[in-house]
Design a protein around this ligand. Structure first.
Ligand SMILES: [Zn+2]
Length: 96
């Protein structure tokens, strides 16, 4: 079980979308759940992303300041992946 950084609900990894801060490069949405780096989990719903943006939950979870532009960019990506995620089309073969 992991906690959504926005609404603080505990959910299984299958129900959460991971946002990763890789050792190098930009913060990104990680549908595989396997990319290296510090991760933050959000419910697979854009409402939770909006909440995270409002409360700057990603800044805290990823221990890095996240610009408004990056929040907006990630929100757009979140909206794009949300439907596929809900339909179970993402690569969810997470081994833990
Ligand atoms: Zn949530």
């Amino acid at each position: 079980m992991r906690k959504c950084v926005a609404c603080q609900q505990m959910k299984t990894k299958k129900e959460l979308i991971r946002v990763v801060k890789p050792p190098e490069g930009e913060i990104a949405i990680d549908l595989t759940g396997r990319k290296a780096g510090r991760g933050a989990y959000l419910c697979g719903a854009v409402d939770c992303f909006k909440l995270a943006k409002k409360s700057r939950a990603l800044d805290r979870a990823l221990k890095q300041s996240v610009s408004d532009e990056l929040y907006d960019q990630l929100e757009q990506e979140f909206i794009r992946v949300e439907d596929d995620f809900a339909a179970g089309k993402g690569d969810r073969n997470v081994v833990e």
